[in-house]
Design a protein around this ligand. Structure first.
Ligand SMILES: [Zn+2]
Length: 212
């Protein structure tokens, strides 16, 4: 048995134990964990990015696991990947790339390909797996984007989705206004006409006196 390996393993295990007790990240052991997560914000971002760099839909590569059906993009060496991951981490500004809504790592933030992997045959791997092809956006927006490219999605979002939504909302406002006008029975009174408002009858307490 390799003694140094077991020492390292023991050391790592102790580090994990200490980190767990103090609420620190179980990967870097330094920063605080995100609520309900075992990793800190930066390590979780790196994990999300790493997942995005795995692909092999046809599971032809020897390292490809059945569970993920994916493996690392071939053309990247360890250093290249490190640089690209750092670049993508640095683009996070706490806001959705498409809507500007506030997003949080570990809950609402998702990582999106501007040109999705499905288009790799058209654009080539260098255009798809590069740091500028990634953006952080709200997870609900992620679902809407689907396999559309960045340009297609922006057109769809502004000319289709938002326009349709605005029209529907304004239709509803018009319908609500006209129905409220119909329900109002009293005719509208011009501003300069004063209306006499009768004071409500208030029954005051009085002392009873016998009639004379
Ligand atoms: Zn960490």
């Amino acid at each position: 048995m390799n003694a140094s390996k077991s020492y390292n393993a023991q050391y790592k295990q102790n580090q994990r134990k200490e980190a767990k007790l103090s609420g620190n990240c179980l990967r870097c052991f330094k920063a605080k964990q995100i609520i309900n997560r075992t990793l800190c914000k930066k390590c979780l971002m790196e994990q999300i990015i790493n997942e995005s760099f795995k692909y092999d839909y046809n599971r032809v590569k020897p390292q490809s696991t059945l569970a993920r059906g994916s493996c690392y993009v071939e053309q990247f060496k360890r250093n290249d990947r490190r640089r690209i991951i750092d670049e993508i981490v640095s683009t996070f500004n706490g806001k959705c790339h498409y809507t500007g809504l506030p997003i949080e790592i570990g809950s609402t933030a998702g990582l999106v390909f501007k040109i999705p992997r499905q288009h790799i045959d058209v654009y080539g791997p260098d255009q798809v797996f590069c740091s500028t092809n990634f953006c952080w956006c709200h997870k609900s927006v992620h679902g809407l984007k689907g396999s559309k490219t960045d340009a297609e999605f922006r057109t769809w979002l502004i000319d289709g989705f938002l326009k349709n939504l605005t029209n529907q909302m304004s239709d509803k406002v018009v319908a609500a206004e006209s129905s409220s006008n119909r329900n109002c029975n009293s005719p509208r009174v011009p501003r300069n006409v004063r209306i006499e408002v009768r004071k409500p009858f208030i029954c005051k307490p009085f002392a009873w006196r016998d009639p004379d």
